[in-house]
Design a protein around this ligand. Structure first.
Ligand code: GLV
Ligand code: MN
Ligand code: MN
Length: 414
């Protein structure tokens, strides 16, 4: 009976551990920034596993990789997957669980000699993290037609290296055109990366949607001057302005309350010397909210803070959008299916929105989509300490397997 099929958790965890050796930071974490040599090595390994599992592998023009397993009917596929790039301070589960969980679904079906009605596809998307090239979810956004290919290929990293060149360098600019074929449905297994499931004592999250994301890069220009001789009133200090804007971000987020969050993750000062007033600062601001109107309100307040600080300190500020995603609501049928499947398998489950960005949020623009969350110990992620208990990984992969099966056999009524 298909309903009784379960994944092999040991095999899934072995694959997670093997992939985590690539870019191992020695402290339990992983660094595989998009389109680096480590990313290439991780890609090569996952592609090798795809071939071993009998998947037909295609690579598209932005380097997204999709492994396809034929169905009884040659129709639109049920797609699962995630990403294998990491942030520099990454853990071993963010993204990787969704991709290797997808491969584990395929391996389980191969062992049981099950051919689903619809084809199945397991994907990993390029540069989900946006840690090297903004915006985040760049590959899935291009797949779903939300970002023109040429714009994606032209993105540059902090050293001025061009995404398209880096894609060529690692050999992952593929022949398949983007936007890609629209799947029948998309479901992504992912760690929660927050504290909610653990605090509520639940094993599975049925994800209702993804909060909106607004990233800005601010370049502040002041005047370099001598730290000892320049009277305080005569300074145009880009470093001070960056600090004041950082405080302003915290203040606006605190004043708004609710689900609003805000982060200054980067401040670079130039020339960056002890005895020189900074002439230039480059900083980033990450604002997120589940409500689009509130996210716009936060953006307005940030703009006001920037104007006030610039006027008071006599500096100029260029503000550029690096990423902007509206909040996403997942297809209620997929959310219901994830919840009902977790209950049927005997796992405690709750509904919750995703705090991080996810490829499923982009696929939701073109097909019914949803996500399965597993708990994160102490709610920690983007950190080598990121951890999910083995039995929770297995539970998540079992739910993914059963959700994928239901979607492939016609759960959505077509
Ligand atoms: C990327 O996944 C993010 O949430 O920043
Ligand atoms: Mn992720
Ligand atoms: Mn991440």
């Amino acid at each position: 009976m298909l309903d009784d099929l379960r994944v092999d958790g040991d095999r899934l965890r072995r694959r997670l551990a093997t992939l985590a050796e690539i870019g191992d930071t020695g402290d339990g974490g992983c660094c595989r920034l998009a389109l680096t040599d480590e990313d290439k090595a991780g890609r090569d390994l996952v592609v090798e596993w795809m071939h071993e599992l009998g998947l037909e592998v295609r690579i598209d023009a932005i380097g997204n990789v999709v492994g396809r397993r034929a169905g009884r009917e040659d129709t639109a596929a049920v797609m699962t997957g995630s990403h294998i790039d990491t942030v520099a301070s990454g853990g071993r589960y963010d993204g990787n669980l969704g991709v290797l969980g997808g491969l584990e679904v395929v391996a389980t079906l191969n062992d049981a000699e099950v051919v689903t009605r619809r084809p199945l596809e397991v994907a990993f998307f390029t540069d989900e993290e946006g840690a090297r090239f903004s915006p985040d979810m760049l590959g899935s956004m291009t797949y779903a037609g939300g970002l023109p290919l040429e714009e994606a290929l032209d993105r540059t990293d902090a050293d001025g290296l061009v995404l398209g060149d880096e894609l060529d360098r690692i050999g992952y600019r593929g022949p398949v055109p983007v936007p890609g074929p629209v799947p029948h449905a998309f479901v992504e297994l992912h760690i929660e990366q927050g504290p909610v499931l653990e605090r509520q004592g639940r094993t599975i999250g049925a994800v209702t949607g993804v909060q909106g994301i607004s990233w800005r890069e601010l370049t502040i220009r002041g005047q370099a001057n001598h730290a000892g001789t320049t009277p305080m009133a005569l300074r145009h200090d880009a470093g001070f302005a960056a600090g004041a804007i950082t405080q302003g971000v915290r203040d606006l987020v605190t004043a708004m309350g609710g689900p609003q969050v805000g982060t200054v993750g980067v401040i670079d000062l130039d020339p960056g010397l002890t005895n020189v007033v900074a002439r230039r600062a480059r900083m980033t601001v990450d604002l997120r909210n589940t409500d689009e109107a509130l996210l716009q309100e936060a953006e307005r307040r940030l703009a006001d803070v920037v104007t006030e600080v610039a006027e008071a300190e006599g500096v100029t500020v260029d503000s550029v959008s690096l990423a902007r995603f509206e909040p996403v609501t997942f297809d209620p049928r997929v959310v219901d299916l994830v919840e009902a499947t977790a209950e049927r398998l005997g796992h405690s489950v709750m509904r919750l929105p995703a705090g991080a960005g996810h490829d499923a949020g982009l696929l939701a623009g073109v097909c019914p989509a949803g996500m399965v969350f597993t708990p994160s110990r102490d709610g920690i992620s983007h950190n080598p300490a990121e951890h999910t208990e083995p039995e929770d990984l297995d539970a998540g992969a079992d739910v993914l397997l059963q959700v994928v099966l239901a979607l492939a056999e016609g759960e959505l009524g077509d």
